[in-house]
Design a protein around this ligand. Structure first.
Ligand code: CA
Length: 401
């Protein structure tokens, strides 16, 4: 049976009733952020629906964390109740009184981010970067097909879509420079990624199994891992990314629950050599998402998520296999999503081959890396239940000098 809602949902909307992503918002002329669900062009205030209950108190706060901490049974209960409210007339008046047009509310960072980790799960991206950063060595390092490579990022600089990004200062040293120089990055870049939000934590000293993904991860956001390539290239050996990444990471305001992504699940690519047993999934969490990257309104890339070598469930299992605990609000990025085609690369360093091949924009200008005033917007869509298309909204940011 196809779900039908009485709330108007325009054709092609990112937010049909099969999606119901969660965000945190403040209504117009109101005080206090609260949790809501997007439906069509509106947001439903869930704190009002559950007003006067302990759940309502957990929804009347400025982040999703208290709701997420309640765990997967409660996530399923709320999704089922919200679906019923939007698809039956029983409490239509209550619902209508608590719907707000999305374009009139203020959207906030949806999650108080605990730890932030970023992976490197696209074979195409890792190969492209390996070729550029290590032209004389193997493109993929020996560990890459045995474990999901990642690093710990900076949770305090994860910001919501719409937040300006200030061009970072730092050290850089080109191969021909006799000594490092200091100043604003001249190779500011983006990385189009998916981010996964941990809802239910785990105990220190225990591992989360690869098939326990949906018991811990609540949902996914779009993520732009802003990257200063010149700072990164000079600093990253031997301990990995640091200041070239930590100045800003943008995420979309809507968290699409895993429950809405069931229809998008696909197998991951063949993994050869076979990973160690703790990384072997019974039912893989590959995802058939199609992303779109716009620079000043012009589409510059269409990265496909389905080709990602490592699944998010494998990334989560690897994160905890040493006994590291998960916390509510942990966020992990997939790594740049790059497909095999030239117009499917999720970063400018790949699209322009480290500046060698500038891209032309419709206004007649060209780009190698980002200029001050540039706006980057990433969107994505996926197959949803009942054959509908679901979307993620967008993650957008403008560079300031
Ligand atoms: Ca990244």
């Amino acid at each position: 049976m196809t779900l039908q809602t009485w709330v108007p949902v325009p054709e092609g909307s990112d937010f049909p009733v099969q999606n119901l992503p969660y965000g945190v918002f403040t209504p117009p002329r109101a005080q206090g952020a609260r949790v809501g669900v997007a439906i069509g062009e509106q947001v439903l205030d869930l704190s009002a629906i559950w007003a006067g209950t302990p759940l309502g108190a957990d929804l009347a706060t400025g982040s999703l964390n208290r709701f997420l901490r309640r765990g997967p049974a409660e996530w399923a209960y709320v999704r089922e109740r919200v679906t019923a409210l939007l698809t039956t007339e029983d409490q239509r008046r209550l619902v209508e009184a608590n719907l707000y047009p999305i374009d009139q509310v203020t959207l906030h960072l949806p999650v108080e981010v605990a730890d932030y980790v970023d992976f490197y799960a696209s074979e195409q991206h890792a190969t492209n970067l390996g070729r550029m950063f290590r032209p004389d060595g193997a493109a993929l390092l020996p560990n890459w097909k045995h474990l999901p490579v990642g690093y710990h990022g900076r949770s305090g600089t994860v910001v919501v879509s719409g937040t300006d990004v200030v061009r970072p200062n730092g050290q850089r040293k080109g191969p021909q420079d006799p000594a490092p120089v200091f100043g604003p990055s001249v190779k500011l870049d983006i990385e189009a990624e998916l981010g996964f939000v941990v809802g239910a934590g785990s105990a220190m000293g225990s591992a989360v199994g690869v098939d326990e993904f949906a018991q811990h991860v609540f949902g996914a956001v779009l993520l732009n891992d802003w990257s200063a390539r010149d700072i990164q290239a000079w600093e990253y050996v031997p301990l990995g990314p640091f200041l070239g990444k930590s100045f800003a990471t943008s995420i979309s305001p809507w968290v699409v629950p895993l429950a809405a992504l069931e229809a998008a699940r696909v197998a991951t690519p063949v993994q050869d050599p076979e990973p160690l047993p703790y990384l072997v999934e019974k039912e893989p969490w590959g995802l058939d998402l199609r992303l779109r990257v716009e620079l000043n309104g012009a589409v510059v890339s269409r990265p496909p998520y389905a080709g990602m070598y490592w699944s998010p469930a494998q990334m989560l299992a690897h994160t905890t296999v040493n006994g590291a605990a998960l916390r509510t609000g942990d966020l992990f990025g997939s790594g740049t999503i790059s497909g095999p085609e030239a117009d499917q690369r999720g970063s400018l360093i790949e699209l322009t081959w480290n500046g060698r091949d500038p891209i032309a924009l419709p206004d007649g200008t060209t780009r190698t890396f980002l200029e001050d005033g540039d706006t980057v917007t990433i969107t994505a869509s996926a197959p949803g239940a009942d054959g509908v298309r679901i979307g993620f909204g967008e993650v957008s940011g403008t560079v300031r000098g």
